[in-house]
Design a protein around this ligand. Structure first.
Ligand code: ADP
Ligand code: MG
Length: 474
């Protein structure tokens, strides 16, 4: 069994879907496969916009028409090329979801709000729609495909729209479909990505999601639960590059990287992989490939246990996480006083906010950390609440937020053994006149991150890339 994941970029139109189908066919000649698909490119964003629009009581009909149109156009284009594609069957199945979408969106518009459970149901429609088209495409090619509803297999807890898998419960549902089990006769298991079932604290089960761009995570969970030998993540780039190729034109393709390097890069903003993807794969040492469905000849990037040769570079990648904010807690109350840091972090965690990076000044006078910009005010409120008394008495100063920051990180297993890497990074940023707001090193010594102003993000990445990879960006 191998698992293949096709992102939105591989589901963008009829041609891309047909190419994806050919890739599935070629793998299927060799072994059983499980396939995870994302929504058609742009659909998740459109669904998100439609929710925002409905809350603001803008006319929702254009959104519904657009969603229907995108999918119908793909179906008619496929039918032109593959006459055995049963368009009527597909359209009937799609219609059920269009109706559901309209019903939910009207409710949001009527009430002017979108509770999380409705949000999950609307956002998950994109994957339900695309998987129906792919199923029919495979049936048209006489493949023995079974479309399985991921909500009956993947269970999460925690945040409903960004859940943490309940691995034991999830595994139990997948076991019958493993190679040596009763349902191994199904050669091609197809799953919509992103969606799952969420088990609430009162044990009731609702539709949940795995976080934006969560299909990579779905694929990792499925590969792990099915004991797959390999996971292939098909996207629109030749693999993982030393930096986002959209920002750095001559970024270098990385042949091999360790799970930890990939994890760090994705955590710090490389969109090519969803940050939580790696942990289920590490646990079972599942060989993972980042591949290009628009260029199947490209070798791709292997992500594995390593250690791998560094291709002469101690840094394997540079990433940038935008739309963050830096929050600082400062005041004489912090110095030498036990437990303040613990109180800060537990208050933030109770508010359901994840911390991206932490630094402390050597005088112990300030603790700064970064969170997503959209959570910054909520985070500030949580801290004001926690330190109400200390702020009133002046031993802690009013909580400061530096809005719209970016975190630029250099990542590489080889950094540990090489001196002067940090210095070179800071020089790179200084040479472009970029002001450093804070610096942090990952405890694994596998990454160094700098917090800078959001607008400087792209320049910082290009400048660091030039210093570490000798390319001519500036
Ligand atoms: P998919 O829809 O297939 O999941 P994404 O758009 O989520 O595709 O991810 C692919 C994109 O990730 C690429 O088009 C590329 O611009 C971006 N990207 C960011 N950082 C990197 C990197 N280091 N290497 C390769 N691609 C990257
Ligand atoms: Mg993606």
């Amino acid at each position: 069994m191998i698992t293949l994941k096709f992102g939105g970029t591989s589901m963008a139109n009829a041609q891309r879907m047909i190419s994806a189908m050919h890739i599935m066919e070629s793998r299927l000649n060799e072994q059983r496969i499980s396939v995870v698909v994302s929504a058609v490119a742009g659909v998740s964003n459109l669904l998100q916009e439609s929710i925002t629009g409905a809350i603001a009581s803008t006319n929702i009909t254009p959104f519904i028409i657009k969603i229907i149109q995108i999918h119908h156009e793909i179906c008619t284009d496929i039918e032109k090329q593959i006459p055995s594609f049963m368009i009527k069957n597909v359209q009937e199945k799609l219609q059920t979801h269009f109706d559901e979408y309209e019903k939910l969106l009207r409710a949001v518009a009527t009430f002017g709000e979108c509770p999380l459970s409705i949000y999950c149901r609307i956002m998950g429609i994109g994957e339900l729609l695309s998987s129906i088209i792919i199923e029919q495409l495979l049936l048209a090619k006489q493949k023995k495909v079974i479309l399985l509803d991921s909500r009956q297999f993947i269970f999460t807890s925690g945040n409903q729209s960004e859940g943490d898998p309940l691995y034991e419960k999830t595994d139990l549902h997948f076991i019958p479909y493993r190679d040596d089990q009763s349902k191994a006769k199904f050669d091609l298991l197809l799953f919509p990505g992103f969606i799952c079932s969420w088990v609430s604290p009162d044990e009731s089960v609702h539709m949940g999601l795995l976080g934006r761009n969560g299909s990579d995570f779905s694929a990792a969970i499925i590969a792990s639960a099915l004991n797959a030998q390999k996971l292939e993540i098909w996207s629109d780039v030749d693999g993982i590059f030393s930096a986002d190729p959209r920002i750095v034109k001559d970024a270098i393709l990385i042949e091999k990287m360790t799970y930890e390097e990939a994890m760090e890069l994705s955590f710090f903003g490389s969109k090519v992989l969803h940050p939580k993807t790696l942990s289920p794969l590490i646990a079972k040492n599942i060989e993972t490939w980042s591949l290009n469905s628009h260029n199947i000849q490209a070798k791709g990037t292997l992500i594995g246990k390593g250690p791998f040769e560094t291709q002469g570079h101690h840094v394997c990648g540079i990433s940038c996480l935008k739309d963050t904010a830096m929050i600082s807690v400062l005041g004489s109350g912090l110095k030498g006083k036990k437990g303040i840091a613990a109180r800060i972090f537990s208050a933030v965690s109770r508010a359901g906010i994840s911390i991206l990076l932490i630094t402390q000044s050597s005088s112990e006078y300030t603790i700064s950390f970064c969170v997503l910009q959209k959570q910054a005010n909520h985070c500030k409120d949580a801290l004001i609440n926690e330190f109400d008394l200390e702020i009133k008495t002046g031993i802690i100063l009013p909580i400061a937020i530096e809005e719209n920051t970016a975190i630029v990180s250099i990542v590489g297993d080889g950094m540990k053994a090489k001196r002067g890497v940090a210095g070179r990074f800071f020089n790179a940023l200084a040479s472009s006149d970029i002001n450093l707001l804070a610096i942090a090193q990952g405890s694994s010594e596998r990454s160094i991150s700098c917090v800078i102003k959001g607008n400087d993000g792209d320049v910082a990445v290009r400048s660091a890339h030039q210093f570490f990879f000798n390319t001519n960006q500036i």
